[in-house]
Design a protein around this ligand. Structure first.
Ligand SMILES: Nc1ncnc2c1ncn2[C@@H]1O[C@H](COP(=O)(O)OP(=O)(O)OP(=O)(O)O)[C@@H](O)[C@H]1O
Ligand SMILES: [Mg+2]
Length: 429
């Protein structure tokens, strides 16, 4: 009997008389379960996805921590250069919610745990605040974990030790995330630089090629027109007509490329947006109405003055109207609404023009691409995909903006904004 008790003591570490034996054994088992749970949670805390966003991380940490330590709110604070971001997770009913508070930092020295505690205490005066620092492998503090309690807590010191151990584990994962985000950002910027250098090179090359092609094309077009006048017999006449049409199309592409690379200079003059709209409608309004499109005009009665190239801005308006016409094919009661207006942006007053159509609209996944050169959804013979990219280039060379809004199957609306010169003009006159 004596021997058996000795063996049990050695196995369980419980020294006790038979009376209290089971009670103590239960305590040991509970303690082991607790430690096991802590290990399990710590293990999970090292498995944060490196590409998660900070609110996701804060919610995940809060959920895992709540299995070990009771608290009412959890805050993940990160210090990045001169800004401090606090991601505050709070349980509402059964779900965790996170909000982010951003604070600019005035001080040059690193923020200490005491300073953060004091700051959070002023923001949450009724709570008990406990923070621990997140440290890098080089002992630099880059953030904090904070627990907020609405009421004073029991087992405080035991929980604090555990909280500090957790912070060490979380620190490693969070530091990895910061490094990952840093590297991804650098890779992205590098890719953008390469892309824009490539575009610039292509632009230069295209402009050169366009110039070279311009003269032989003029000769082709001129000669074929002469021949067409001379020879009217089939099938030659049809073949020559094809040559002529293809030539005209090539000329259009070249003209667009030249404008796109801004190799051509256009004189800037004082213009009124309302007049330009009238001029363009005089030019292509008939073409639009014969294809069954109703044109509604909402003109601003103020003079919409700006400085720019008449030819280039008219080209934008034509491009927008032709795109609208193409989008309206086969649509019931096709309507284009042209509106001119004045608007005020933080940069100053702008003259605006919007072209709205109730046509096929633009698919969501196409929207980011429509301003790219050569992006077109039209069949080959119809669209070159240069209209909008050329228009955007012109708007930007006028310090303006060109924006698109659309819902597939419902409408498209393009808005051109150009800085107004009304004030300068008035001052000068
Ligand atoms: N009003 C619009 N409604 C629906 N889609 C539009 C509209 N305007 C532009 N798009 C879409 O944007 C694409 C690009 O337009 P963009 O004017 O640059 O080229 P394009 O019209 O296809 O060819 P191009 O103008 O050179 O003849 C179009 O092919 C079309 O898919
Ligand atoms: Mg177009």
């Amino acid at each position: 009997m004596h021997h058996k008790r000795e063996i049990l003591e050695k196995l369980t570490g419980v020294e006790s008389s038979r009376k209290t034996y089971y009670k103590e054994l239960n305590l040991v088992v509970d303690e082991m379960k607790k430690k096991n749970r802590q290990l399990e949670v710590m293990n999970r805390l090292t498995k944060i996805q490196v590409d998660a966003d900070w609110t996701e991380v804060s919610l995940y940490l809060a959920e895992q921590l709540s299995r070990l330590i009771p608290f009412d709110q959890f805050i993940l604070t990160l210090v990045e250069r001169a800004t401090m971001f606090s991601h505050i997770a709070q349980r509402e009913q059964d779900d965790w919610h996170c909000r982010t508070v951003t604070r600019p930092l005035q001080q040059k020295t690193p923020v200490s745990t005491e300073q953060l505690n004091a700051l959070l205490q002023t923001e949450h005066p009724d709570c008990h605040v406990t923070s621990v620092a997140l440290q890098s492998r080089l002992q630099r503090v880059f953030g904090f974990l904070t627990l907020l309690h609405d009421t004073p807590v029991e087992n405080d010191s035991e929980h604090l030790v555990l909280f500090q151990q957790i912070a060490e584990h979380v620190g490693v994962s969070v530091e990895n995330m910061i490094l990952f985000k840093d590297v991804s950002e650098k890779v992205k910027i590098e890719a953008q630089l390469v892309q824009s250098a490539k575009m610039a090179a292509i632009g230069e090359m295209a402009a050169g090629v366009a110039h070279e092609l311009n003269s032989p094309l003029t000769a082709i077009l001129g000669n074929i027109q002469l021949l067409m006048r001379e020879i009217k017999t089939e099938p030659y006449s049809q073949m020559m007509n094809d040559i002529y049409q293809c030539g005209v199309r090539s000329k259009k592409i070249i003209q667009n490329l030249l404008t796109f690379s801004r190799q051509e200079e256009y004189p800037f003059e004082r213009l009124n947006m309302n007049d330009l709209v009238e001029d363009v409608l005089g030019l292509i309004g008939y073409q639009l109405t014969v294809s069954g499109v109703t044109i509604a005009k909402k003109r601003s009665d103020k003079p919409l003055l700006f400085r720019g190239s008449r030819h280039q801005i008219e080209q934008i308006i034509i491009n927008l109207l032709l795109n609208a016409r193409d989008a309206l094919q086969g649509v019931p009661s096709p309507t284009i609404t042209i509106e001119t207006f004045q608007t005020f942006l933080p940069e100053g007053p702008f003259v605006g023009l919007s072209v709205h159509d109730n046509g096929v609209g633009i698919e969501k996944e196409h929207l980011p691409q429509i301003f790219h050169p050569f992006f077109t959804t039209k069949e080959q013979a119809k669209g070159t995909g240069l209209g909008l990219s050329v228009s955007l280039g012109i708007a930007e060379s006028h310090d303006g903006k060109l924006m698109a809004q659309s819902e597939a199957g419902k409408f498209s609306c393009f808005t051109l904004l150009l800085p107004t010169t009304a004030h300068e003009e008035n001052d000068g006159e």
